[in-house]
Design a protein around this ligand. Structure first.
Ligand SMILES: [Zn+2]
Length: 123
């Protein structure tokens, strides 16, 4: 799903994108002349590589995110994630994919390794 930034209204609209077993959904609205905010949530079963044994497993995920899309470089004055789209097109698929990738890049253990780790801490 792609929308031209200048066509996005100040009143919030919703979006919903499905990627395999993960749903990325939320609201987006114009927050300024050259900026749009997206408040979304990633929900579902995500395929993740275990950081210890390398097995791929599915983990139930439910994570919120808030990003700001700008069509020209801006100073970042707060902790919002800012994504630049110089061509003026907001690519929701790419944004959802990058949010999913950032969850996947965090430290994850499969249920088996997770149990081992708790056991080692007790020792
Ligand atoms: Zn593992």
């Amino acid at each position: 799903m792609q929308i031209q930034l200048r066509k996005i209204h100040e009143s919030a609209n919703d979006f919903s994108i499905k990627k395999e077993k993960v749903l990325c959904h939320g609201l987006f609205w114009r927050s300024g002349k050259n900026r749009v905010q997206i408040e979304g949530e990633i929900e579902g079963l995500l395929s993740i590589d275990c950081d210890r044994c390398g097995e791929i497993f599915e983990k139930p995920i439910k994570e919120k995110f808030l990003v700001e899309i700008v069509d020209r470089p801006v100073k970042v004055e707060d902790s919002l994630d800012v994504i630049e789209c110089p061509d003026g097109i907001v690519d929701f698929d790419a944004i959802c994919e990058s949010e999913i990738a950032s969850i996947q890049s965090q430290y994850h253990l499969c249920p088996e390794c997770d149990e081992d780790e708790e056991y080692e801490i007790e020792l």
